[in-house]
Design a protein around this ligand. Structure first.
Ligand code: DOR
Ligand code: ZN
Ligand code: ZN
Length: 443
């Protein structure tokens, strides 16, 4: 890759442009100016017109993207940045750098911070701080109830004015259906989605991994599929009643897929996401006593994993998000039973998705772009997730040929907690560009 980094104008030459919004898959040159995509020229046209990089001016940066995909910057609807309150795990700054390293240009951090993201003042502070501290776009998610206590609905309208993109009680479910329904009605009025973490807290009963023979062997308490499925069913019914845009977080069971399919057939406004760990690993992959395999929802059976992959393939599951959940090494080193739930994901999601779903034939590269950028933008109702003339210059350059083993030491995230250390993947983010600026490689 040749480059001479001077000003903000960039020419990306010879890349394979993948844009789901216009169903474009072609070799193109892309000019970026003042934070926007200024011009796109398909390669054949470029040759005809004899246009070359000299047209952009001698001060511009030129990236030769030959052999690489040029995709819209990824949009991760589900991350945890731990800021404020748990900044020993992650901060807005480090979380944003992890995103940039992973090709992600927009993230939605969940509200389970300390204090909880539950009022317009803290949302405004976070939005303002993100503008200063984050190298990518940060769109906070507001809590559904005050302090995530499940009883009193937050000032959703006020938080929307301060900049939230959605509401969620992630980390848990709002168990009181009436409280949840009230919040859904307001979210519907505000035209923002409700992002649902589906977990019947009474049914969990201290479970730490999937309820199956592996849990029995390890002597650990199980989390059955019904823990998720019951709340998925309830939330779909509440979405039907209120008309709110419901987005189901981190689906892990085959019945979740089935219910989403039926809900869509029924015309209900529902979308659903799957995380890489749930479509790659099963409960059979958990080695004894390794906290890096512990997350919520847990790794499920091979049958569930297969249903998730088919759900993604068939368009039922429209989003791939990470549930990036950093924890300290000490916390994750407490053994399976005692360590907190959650794994990091921002820096591995593109490579894992490409390796495990595209190279295996479950998804085309175009579908990968749809699920990791175009559909998330549609759900948020933001004008991103596409590469067309005049749109924000948020994009990433991905080399599909680079093979390597995942190494947590290379992460920009403060969290190194992932079960994918040492896993062989193909596909590397070479450049991430946000608002027309190169945010990865780090300068
Ligand atoms: O594994 C998880 N970790 N699942 C959640 O729902 C919450 C998250 C966290 O905040 O650590
Ligand atoms: Zn969750
Ligand atoms: Zn989460």
């Amino acid at each position: 890759m040749s480059e001479n980094r001077v000003l903000s104008d960039i020419l990306i030459k010879n890349g394979r442009l993948i844009d789901a919004a216009s169903a474009t898959d072609c070799i193109a040159d892309i000019w970026i100016k003042d934070g926007k995509v200024e011009k796109i020229q398909k390669k054949e046209q470029a040759d005809q017109n004899e246009k070359d990089e000299t047209d952009v001016g001698s001060e511009s940066m030129v990236i030769d993207a030959k052999g690489c995909f040029v995709m819209p910057g990824l949009i991760d609807l589900h991350v945890h940045f731990r800021d404020p309150g748990f900044t020993y795990k992650e901060t807005i700054r480090t979380g944003a750098m992890a995103a940039a390293h992973g090709g992600v240009t927009t993230v939605c951090p969940m509200p389970n911070t300390k204090p909880v993201m539950d009022n317009p003042v803290i949302v405004k502070e976070t939005v303002e701080r993100s503008k200063k501290e984050a190298c990518i776009n940060v769109l906070p998610v507001g809590a559904v109830t005050i302090g995530q206590m499940g009883t009193e609905v937050t000032d959703i309208k006020g938080m929307v004015e301060s900049g939230i993109c959605a509401i969620s009680e992630d980390g848990k479910s709002v168990m009181n259906s009436n409280v949840y329904r009230e919040a859904m009605k307001i979210a519907k009025e505000c035209e923002i989605p409700v992002m649902a973490h589906c977990e019947d807290i009474n049914l969990v009963a201290g479970g730490v991994m999937n309820a199956d023979s592996n849990a029995d062997k390890l002597g650990l308490k199980g989390i059955s599929n019904a823990v998720e499925d019951i709340i998925v069913a309830r939330d779909i019914l509440l979405a039907k009643e209120t008309g709110v845009k419901l987005h189901l977080c981190h689906c892990s069971t085959k019945d979740s897929v089935r219910m989403v399919k039926e809900a869509k057939e029924d015309g209900i406004n529902v979308t659903a996401e799957v995380c890489p760990h749930h479509f790659i690993l099963s409960t059979d992959d958990i080695p004894e006593n390794d906290g890096n395999y512990k997350m919520n929802p847990p790794l499920r059976s091979k049958e569930d994993v297969q249903a998730l992959k088919e759900g993604l393939r068939d368009g039922i599951m429209e989003v791939i998000s990470t549930d990036h959940a950093p924890h300290s090494e000490e916390e994750k080193g407490r053994g399976f039973e005692k360590s907190p739930f959650g794994i990091v994901g921002l820096e591995t999601s593109a490579a894992l998705t490409y390796t495990e779903l595209v190279l295996t034939g479950y998804l085309t590269v175009m579908q990968m772009v749809e699920k990791m950028s175009y559909n998330p933008a549609k759900i948020l109702g933001i004008d991103k997730g596409r590469i067309q003339e005049g749109c924000d210059a948020d994009l990433m350059i991905f080399n599909p040929e680079t093979e390597y083993e995942i190494d947590a030491k290379e992460f920009a995230s403060m969290g190194k907690n992932t079960p994918f250390v040492g896993r062989k993947v193909k596909g590397k983010v070479e450049y991430t560009i946000c608002s027309g600026k190169v945010v990865y490689p780090f300068s």
